[in-house]
Design a protein around this ligand. Structure first.
Ligand code: ZN
Length: 138
C-alpha cells in the first residue's frame, strides 16, 4: 500500500509585502525608538508582518508585532498604532489606565482611533474590506 504524500501548499508571499517589508521595518523602528524614549519603555522583539486582520499586537513577553501596511497610513495614524502597542507594555488591556498612558503621548488619540476605524483602504495597497479594517487593532 502506498500513500500519496500530501504536499502542503505554501502560502504565497505577497509581492507588495516583499518589496516593502524592510522599508516598513526601518520606519517602524525609528518611530518605536522615538516613542519608547518618550515613555522610557523597553520592548523585546519586533516583528513586521503581513496580516489581514490586525494593525499591531503586543505579547505578554513584550514582543511587538506590526502590520507592514501601517507605514502607508497617514503619519498620525501610524504613530497612534505604535503608541497603542507600546502602551500595552504597561497594560495588556484597554482599561482607563491604558488609555491614560496613550493620552500622555497623544492627547487627541480618540480622533486617530476613530479615523483608523473608518479606514477602509490604504493608499498604495487596498484593504480587503472595511469590516476587516475596523476590527484590526488589538
Ligand atoms: Zn490594544
Amino acid at each position: 500500500m502506498w500513500r500519496r504524500r500530501r504536499v502542503r501548499k505554501k502560502k504565497p508571499v505577497s509581492r507588495h509585502y516583499q518589496a516593502h517589508k524592510e522599508l516598513a521595518r526601518g520606519i517602524i523602528h525609528e518611530r518605536l525608538e522615538h516613542w519608547s524614549g518618550f515613555y522610557g519603555l523597553t520592548y523585546n522583539r519586533v516583528a513586521i508582518k503581513n496580516q489581514k486582520t490586525c494593525w499591531g499586537s503586543c505579547s505578554e513577553h513584550g514582543n511587538l508585532n506590526f502590520n507592514y501596511k501601517i507605514v502607508f497610513l497617514p503619519e498620525p495614524l501610524m504613530d497612534y498604532v505604535i503608541v497603542h502597542e507600546l502602551c500595552h507594555l504597561y497594560e495588556l488591556n484597554h482599561s482607563p489606565a491604558f488609555w491614560a498612558h496613550v493620552a500622555r503621548a497623544m492627547p487627541d488619540y480618540k480622533a486617530q482611533r476613530s479615523h483608523l476605524r473608518k479606514m477602509t483602504h490604504i493608499p498604495a495597497h487596498g484593504f480587503p474590506s472595511s469590516s476587516a479594517a475596523r476590527a484590526m487593532l488589538d
